[in-house]
Design a protein around this ligand. Structure first.
Ligand code: ACO
Length: 354
């Protein structure tokens, strides 16, 4: 087995149903102008009956397996990062394992919006110590079911979706080169769901007070986020022996365009090196980075040899960052299905955003 863990497969899935800012204008006292100027969000996807965290996860995982040229039975580990699982237990990872026909250990972990990068850092350990050859890591949320659609301060921000990657053992230098994970649990109430756990079980009263939904002190989280995105990214880069200037593409957590712009400024990155898709999905928490990665690949902004920087922050408070040197050939699903040759490996022309 190799000494490196490389991303060899990737996939995403979002529900078909779209909730636009105009739709929200009809639900709460808000406006497209406010949401767009304060957050950059125009629309988000939300589940319909029959869809759930596990169905989105399974669809994203199947794409990732196909791109990696693997089947479920080839997996040695499944980690699902989510704060919005199908059930308190069993874990969503159990459901995914069964649906994929995998025969390996599977567990959920949560570090809120930082969950996907946390899970990647865990899977990396299994790979580099030789315990696993192929690990499936999913970031997924169905936040529409835990959002208070009477609270305009939160309901405009969040959406549903799933993104997945396969990490595989490799001898080729590259893959995950450095990462950092962090936690500051001093003030859980900055971003939480107070009711429904062991400390405050759901009762008629707590549900009447709407404490079973996400509550957030937005301005405090905003301050924390603008600081931590830059410092965490710099820490992961330093662990990889790199600086921000060495990044070819920055894929930050998609929580608020203003937070992304502040972090990019701190890291001195031109906009063409920054990936943004928040306008289409809102904040999908643990799913945001893997969805953004998939779309960056589709847009030709990821290529073999590219150095990607990813950073997230979220409830906890938590944060995590990772640096990946991309090594896999870019495989589009259409090409795989039609057995066409893989895409050329030359870097695509940068696309200007913002
Ligand atoms: N529509 C219209 N007005 C609104 C809305 C809305 N949807 N929401 C709040 N307002 C009002 C407020 O009531 C306030 O009015 P007031 O001045 O009369 O009191 C005014 O707009 C300004 O509110 P602020 O909170 O100061 O607005 P701000 O510019 O800070 O933006 C926001 C709020 C977008 C929530 C911002 O603070 C933010 O993005 N914070 C970070 C949130 C975040 O990233 N959370 C996710 C973390 S990741 C995870 O783990 C899930």
């Amino acid at each position: 087995m190799g000494h490196y863990s490389a991303i060899t497969g990737w996939g995403m899935n979002v529900p078909e149903k779209i909730l636009t800012n105009a739709d929200l204008e009809r639900i709460v006292d808000t406006s497209d102008e406010w949401i767009t100027s304060r957050t950059g969000i125009k629309e988000r996807h939300v589940i319909s009956p029959g869809e759930s965290t596990s169905t989105l996860s399974i669809a994203a995982a199947r794409q990732a397996l196909e791109r990696a040229g693997l089947e479920g039975k080839d997996l040695d580990l499944i980690i699902v990062a989510t704060v919005s699982p199908d059930y308190r237990f069993p874990s969503t990872a159990n459901l995914v394992q069964h649906a994929l026909g995998a025969q390996c250990g599977a567990f959920d972990m949560q570090a809120a919006c930082s969950g996907f990068l946390y899970a990647v850092s865990v899977a990396h350990q299994f790979i580099v110590n030789g315990t696993a050859k192929h690990a499936l890591v999913i970031g997924v949320e169905v936040l529409s079911q835990v959002i208070d659609y009477k609270d305009r301060a939160t309901c405009v921000l969040f959406g549903d979706g799933a993104g997945a990657v396969i990490l595989s053992a490799s001898d080729e230098p590259g893959g995950l080169l450095g990462f950092t994970i962090g936690s500051d649990g001093a003030r859980p109430e900055l971003l939480w769901i107070p009711t429904g756990g062991s400390k405050e079980p759901a009762t008629e009263e707590t549900i009447r007070e709407r404490r079973n939904f996400v509550q957030m002190q937005g301005a405090e989280v905003f301050k924390f986020a603008t600081r931590i995105m830059g410092t965490a990214m710099e820490e992961a880069l330093a662990n990889a022996g790199m600086t921000a200037a060495d990044m070819d593409l920055f894929i930050p957590h998609q929580a608020n365009l203003r937070i992304i712009e502040a972090a990019s400024k701190r890291l001195n990155l031109p906009s063409e090196k920054v990936f943004v898709n928040i306008e289409k999905y809102g904040n999908t928490s643990a799913a945001a980075i893997p969805i953004a990665l998939c779309e960056a690949i589709d847009q030709g902004r990821v290529y073999p040899g590219a150095h990607l920087g990813m950073v997230a922050f979220g409830g906890g408070l938590t944060w995590a960052a990772a640096v990946v040197k991309w090594t896999a050939p870019i495989r589009t699903l259409e090409r795989l299905q039609e057995s066409l040759p893989e895409q050329a490996v030359e870097p695509a022309q940068p696309v200007h955003v913002g």
